[in-house]
Design a protein around this ligand. Structure first.
Ligand SMILES: *[C@@H]1O[C@H](CO)[C@@H](O)[C@H](O)[C@H]1NC(C)=O
Ligand SMILES: *[C@@H]1O[C@H](CO)[C@@H](O)[C@H](O)[C@H]1NC(C)=O
Length: 244
């Protein structure tokens, strides 16, 4: 009897976990534009941002604001000719000219790949900190994990298990320290900028463009919560040397 009860309880708890893993979009985010959801083969919620000429940009934006934390998501990028598109995962304090921002932006390619990953940090509206990487795999073929770690000393960018960039805080230089940020995922037409500095615009005959996200994870301080952010330790880093 007791054993049976425990088994039922275990199943109920397992279902609860699946349910919460499934519903991360509605629970944590608001959406803009054409956003569809579905499930992958193992029951994880997949969120698809959809871009076509009529609908314009699509995205989801966290309801909460954060001050420091670790944020990761898995993305499967646009297959084929994605020139002109920008698929993003980023933190931003807002749209004002003094904003802080931490960006991972994937810039499409007319031949499919390589896709350029642009990383950037804005502090008080100063954003000339771009650093670009050619991804060494086809990011449209499978899901890969992209991570931003933001703490008072460093901003770290990670692709799967590799740290690709560390942006250190230096005394006297702008660094995002005080403005809470929302987490965003967006897909937009960056024809003026994204591919070969804007030379290759979007070809709308390939629309709709779709980028998929799943496995959202955050271990972060929610702004206004006044919780002490103790669980975010700085991991031992193994940086890979990358051609940039
Ligand atoms: C796309 O990738 C090719 C190599 O596959 C590269 O030669 C080209 O410069 C890249 N850029 C654009 C805009 O397609
Ligand atoms: C746009 O894509 C279509 C279909 O792939 C192709 O036929 C057309 O030539 C492309 N247009 C440009 C300007 O590259």
């Amino acid at each position: 009897m007791a054993r049976h009860f425990l088994a039922v309880l275990a199943v109920a708890l397992a279902l609860l976990q699946v349910a919460s893993a499934k519903s991360w979009l509605d629970k944590r985010f608001n959406t803009d534009g054409t956003v569809r959801t579905g499930y992958d083969a193992s029951g994880r919620e997949v969120v698809m941002l959809n871009l076509n000429q009529q609908s314009g940009a699509a995205g989801f934006n966290s309801k909460e604001q954060f001050l420091y934390g670790e944020f990761s998501i898995q993305m499967k990028l646009i297959p084929g000719n994605s020139a002109g598109t920008v698929s993003c995962f980023y933190l931003s304090s807002g749209d004002d000219e003094w904003r802080d921002e931490i960006d991972m932006e994937f810039m499409g390619n007319s031949t499919g790949h390589p896709v350029v990953l642009n990383t950037n940090v804005w502090a008080n509206g100063d954003g000339k900190k771009e650093h670009q990487f050619d991804l060494w795999f086809d990011p449209a073929a499978a899901y890969h994990t992209y991570t931003i770690i933001w703490n008072p000393e460093n901003i770290l960018f990670k692709v799967d298990n590799l740290f690709i960039r560390s942006f250190k805080r230096f005394a006297g230089l702008p660094y995002p320290t005080s403005k809470p940020m929302r987490l965003h995922a967006t897909l937009w037409d960056g024809s003026y900028w994204a591919t070969e500095k804007g030379k290759i615009p979007i070809n709308w005959s390939n629309a709709p463009f779709v980028v998929s996200y799943r496995n959202f994870y955050a271990n972060a301080c929610v702004s206004g919560d006044h919780t002490i952010f103790s669980s975010l330790r700085i991991p031992r880093m193994s940086f890979m040397k990358l051609v940039t």
